[in-house]
Design a protein around this ligand. Sequence first.
Ligand code: HEC
Length: 97
Amino acid sequence: MRAAPAALALLAALVGAAGAGAAEMRAPPGASSCTGCHARGAAMGALAGRPEAEIVAALAAFRTGARPATLMNRIAKGFDAAESRAIAIWFASQGAR
Ligand code: HEC
C-alpha cells in the first residue's frame, strides 16, 4: 500500500469536498479525486474508459454496503446517485488516450 498516506489525505479531502461542493474542478465534483487512487497503472485500477453502468453499479453497491469495501464504502457515501452518475459518465468518456 505505497499510496496509503496520500490515499488517506485524499479520502479526508473527498469527504469534506462532497459536502462543500468542489466547484473549481472541470470534471464533476469529486471525480478528479478518484484518480489519486484509480490512475492508470495504479494498484486500484484505472476508472478511465470503464463503462458508465459498471462504475454506477459499483458506487451504488459500495454506498449501500451490498459490496464489501475497505475504503469505497465511505467514499461512495459522499456522492448521491446523480453525482455518482456524473462521475461515471466522466470516467467512461475518458477513453484510451
Ligand atoms: C483513497 C483511495 C481511493 C479513492 C480516492 C477512490 N477509490 Fe475507488 N477504490 C479504492 C479501493 C481500495 C477499492 C477496492 C474496494 C475497497 O476495498 O474499498 C476501490 C474500488 C473501486 C471500484 C471498483 C473497481 C472494480 O474493479 O470493480 C470503483 C468503481 C471505484 N473504486 C470508483 C471510485 C470513484 C468513482 C472514486 C472517486 C469518487 C474513487 N473510487 C475514489 C480506493 C479509492
